[in-house]
Design a protein around this ligand. Structure first.
Ligand code: SAH
Ligand code: SF4
Length: 350
């Protein structure tokens, strides 16, 4: 049986045509599933009972369930979500202080159960890889969180999406692209395309493929080190796609989309925080329209990666700016509940 949440408008049109229904029904169905985020077919109040029954024979709708909801002292919320096959994923809601008229709710969503990339500093990587999420499971993180938060706040809406939860989104390419298009659809959540960020550890051929879609999303690259020697030490993917290839793909992406790229650089004490590496980083970035996010590394167990002092972080930042690189230090959220970058595990018990 097809999973209804994974269907886009064209596929719903096809489905309803096969059931002998007029095409406006597909639009209605799309709105129920992707705008209202229903948890069961019975909620479709403007479909007849017999149509709902007919639908139920060809499609399934099994919503994710929120297993736990943890609130950080800075207001960040982490959700552990249970999937149909009893595996777990996590997603994180961050609310930035903005003007009232601006929607600043950002949801950090997962694209896979686990991750196969094995980055040394990341909790998800340590847990290994289970499977890709379906497009419907990616989307239902947004719907499940919205369903829940609406209990407290009727006006609750997510305005920004970052694919920075568990997993490597470009390995689950088709489902990620499909979910982006559905989130952006005017009859769905209608989330602005520029308010959607996809973060990758650097899957070179997929960056090139993404460039051809000319989607106005924000592409973020997890760089973390400016030389092959250092990068390979913490990111195995660098052996497959070293920095020269990565840079060529980034230039291709920027030229095709006319968008700047965000580079993420997790600062690790004594490893990649030396001033001479700021020079190396500037050298690597030279000629690319970009922005650098400096992230003080988050602690994951006893892995030996520590944050540099505030003073060192600031001097690294200053040096980059002096070298003409646009850079900012990222405000970390949810560290106390293991909801910050790289801390997601998707496990019921720690
Ligand atoms: N797989 C994708 C997206 C998920 S990770 C990627 O790697 O880009 C989201 C971001 O958190 C990435 O930039 C990742 O490198 C970073 N990250 C992972 N572990 C971290 C840690 N311990 N501290 C800080 N950032 C971390
Ligand atoms: Fe996977 Fe990203 Fe973690 Fe690396 S940092 S293991 S690519 S989730």
């Amino acid at each position: 049986m097809k999973d209804l949440r994974s269907l886009n408008l064209e596929e719903m049109e096809e489905l309803l045509k096969d059931l002998g229904e007029p095409s406006f029904r597909a639009k209605q169905l799309f709105q129920w599933v992707h705008n209202k985020g229903i948890g069961s077919l019975e909620e479709i109040s403007n479909f007849s009972k017999s149509l709902i029954e007919k639908l139920g024979q060809v499609v399934s709708l099994t919503p994710l369930t929120v297993a736990t909801r943890q609130v950080s002292k800075d207001g960040t919320v982490k959700y552990l979500l249970s999937l149909e096959d009893k595996s777990y994923i996590e997603c994180v809601l961050m609310s930035y202080q903005g003007t009232k008229s601006k929607n600043r709710n950002t949801l950090c969503i997962s694209s896979q159960v686990g991750c196969a990339m094995g980055c040394g500093f990341c909790a998800t990587g340590k847990g290994g890889f289970q499977r890709n999420l379906t497009a419907g499971e990616i989307l239902d993180q947004v719907y499940a969180v919205t369903r829940l938060e609406k209990w407290n706040n009727e006006d609750f809406k997510i305005g920004n999406i970052v694919y920075m939860g568990m997993g490597e989104p470009l390995i689950n390419f088709d489902n990620v692209i499909k979910s982006i298009n559905i989130l952006n659809h005017p009859l769905g959540q209608n989330i602005g395309i520029r308010r959607i960020t996809v973060s990758t550890c650097g899957i070179v051929p997929k960056i090139r493929e993404l460039a051809l879609y000319e989607l106005d999303i924000v592409l973020a690259i997890s760089l973390h080190a400016p030389t092959d020697e250092l990068r390979s030490e913490i990111m195995p993917i660098n052996d497959k796609y070293p920095l020269k290839q990565l840079k060529e793909a980034c230039i291709y992406y920027i030229e095709n989309t006319n968008r700047r790229i965000t580079f993420e650089y997790a600062l690790i004490e004594g490893f990649n925080d030396k001033i001479k590496l700021a020079y190396k980083l500037a050298e690597f970035l030279r000629g690319m329209k970009c922005h650098v996010n400096l992230i003080p590394v988050n602690k994951v167990g006893e892995d030996g990666f520590n944050r540099p002092t505030k003073a060192r972080i600031e001097s690294f930042h200053k040096e980059l700016v002096k070298l003409g690189i646009e850079a900012s230090i990222r405000e970390e959220k949810g560290v106390d509940i293991d909801a910050a970058c790289g801390q997601l595990r998707g496990k019921m018990l720690k």
